[in-house]
Design a binder for this molecule. Structure first.
Ligand code: SF4
Length: 445
């Protein structure tokens, strides 16, 4: 559980020797409690205190990484119950279950469909995270062959749902380097699966009937020095599972219960696509770190990814697009140049109107840390100096032959200053983006 500054202070030597770079032990304690410095900055802290302080520095829900490739699925590392208290750190990973009874061709086709679940929304890329291979055949050879196909054809992180430790061992002999998540579906097999996960350094998910069973198995793993755990709530109706997910998060975050301080996964029970998507949305909303489902039709997955994006957006950070010059239509060296901020909502509103105008143009997005036009102007992030520098930085002089820049009507007051600083002729555009099509159509060359 998180310690207060005073709790931390009590564990420090209290000599105010300044070796840590702070004037007093209390000042250092305050920073340590905020996790702004590391405990090893104080060379005099006792071993006993160090253990307590390092343990307190762990997030309520541990971070677990699945996969060893370019895009591992990172789940957990959560510290709060509600997003507004700080933020949620890692979006729920979305994975798809494939059965080993599928032929190699069907597996390849399924992977193609899964990898095509790749969308863009408000400047962000929405992608799925993982493929889980489930042994339904009961035939280890078939499971291993299917694993071979998956490893050959996808770079997505994998989860291995083998039925027995023997099959899992054989799978890990070839695939452990990919750092797959291994899944133990029966609590009575936990010890055997734990030994394998530990030996091959891969994360372990396990299913248990309730909180007490999770806690006792997890404590056993922690005592053995293994912490890469993911909890899977038993196969119970969605409403009960939601209750359990909430209890687990509360226990970990509010009570500091280390035995349940791990990401939780949920396997969607519903088979029909629409109920499956609705069920998955419950788990994304509260508080699954990983959701596995069988449905993979894009029309059901896009709403889930959109929901996830909205829930996991940092409330203190506005959605932003990359600051750069965007060509709208077949923009050429005589096309008009407009400037706006990189707040996603502003950018997409302006872009929509530019596209509707059918006048090819260049749109410069200035880095205003995601603020809208007037807010950025008031915060001095959308100033004549900054815009003039942006014109130089993005080499506008090489992109167009003219030197005319259209600024939003809301910041007309900066036109004179901007003209002076940039050397460009400044035209004041309309206040509202909706007026851009008629403005551009009446613009004289
Ligand atoms: Fe206190 Fe340790 Fe910092 Fe010295 S180095 S002031 S003992 S916290």
């Amino acid at each position: 559980m998180a310690l207060s500054g005073l709790d931390v202070y009590k564990l420090l030597p209290k000599t105010n020797c300044k070796k840590c770079g702070f004037q007093t032990c209390l000042a250092f304690a305050m920073q340590l409690a905020k996790k702004a410095v590391a405990v090893d900055k104080c060379p005099f802290v006792t071993e006993q205190a160090r253990v307590v302080l390092e343990e307190a520095g762990q997030p309520a829900i541990r971070l677990v990484a699945i996969g060893a490739g370019e895009r591992p699925a990172l789940i957990g590392n959560e510290t709060v119950l509600f997003r507004h208290e700080e933020k949620f750190h890692h979006p729920t990973a979305l994975g798809f279950i494939l059965d080993d009874t599928l032929s190699a061709g069907a597996l390849a086709q399924a992977l193609k469909e899964i990898e095509a679940l790749d969308f863009e929304r408000v400047g962000q890329r929405l992608q799925v995270d993982l493929v889980a291979l489930r042994e339904t055949s009961g035939d280890p050879a078939r499971f291993l062959a299917a694993l071979g196909t998956l490893r050959q054809r996808t770079t997505l992180p994998l989860a291995l749902m083998a039925r027995t430790p023997e099959t899992l061992k054989k799978a890990l002999e070839t695939a452990a380097g990919d750092r797959p998540l291994v899944y133990c579906g029966h609590i009575q097999d936990f010890d055997d699966f734990l030994k394998l996960a530990q030996a091959y350094c891969v994360p372990l998910a396990f299913r248990a009937p309730g909180i007490a069973e999770f806690s006792s198995a997890a404590r056993k793993a922690l005592a053995a020095g293994f912490a890469d755990l993911v909890l899977d709530i038993d196969d119970i109706p969605a409403a009960e599972r939601l209750w359990q997910l909430t209890q687990l998060r509360r226990l970990a975050v509010r009570k500091g219960a280390r035995g349940v301080g791990f990401p939780v996964m949920a396997i969607v029970r519903a088979r029909d696509p629409l109920p499956a998507a609705v069920e998955a949305s419950l788990y994304i909303a509260k508080y699954a770190g990983l959701v596995l489902l069988e449905t993979r039709q894009p029309q059901y997955i896009l709403p889930l990814l959109t929901l996830r994006q909205n829930i996991f957006t940092d409330p203190q950070k506005p959605l932003q697009v990359e600051p750069r010059v965007y060509a709208v239509g077949a923009a050429g060296d005589r096309s008009p140049v407009l400037v706006t901020t990189n707040f996603s909502l502003t950018y997409y509103t302006v872009l929509g109107e530019l596209e509707a105008s059918r006048v090819p143009s260049h749109l410069i997005c200035v880095d205003t840390e995601g603020m809208s036009v007037l807010t950025a102007w008031a915060a001095e992030k959308f100033t004549p100096e900054h815009i003039a520098d942006t014109l130089v930085k993005f080499r506008l002089e090489e992109i167009v032959k003219h030197r005319r820049l259209i600024i939003p009507g809301y910041v007309s007051m900066m036109s004179g200053d901007l003209q002076e600083k940039s050397g460009w002729e400044i035209l004041v555009g309309p206040r509202e983006a909706a007026s851009l099509p008629s403005y551009l159509k009446n613009l004289k060359e």
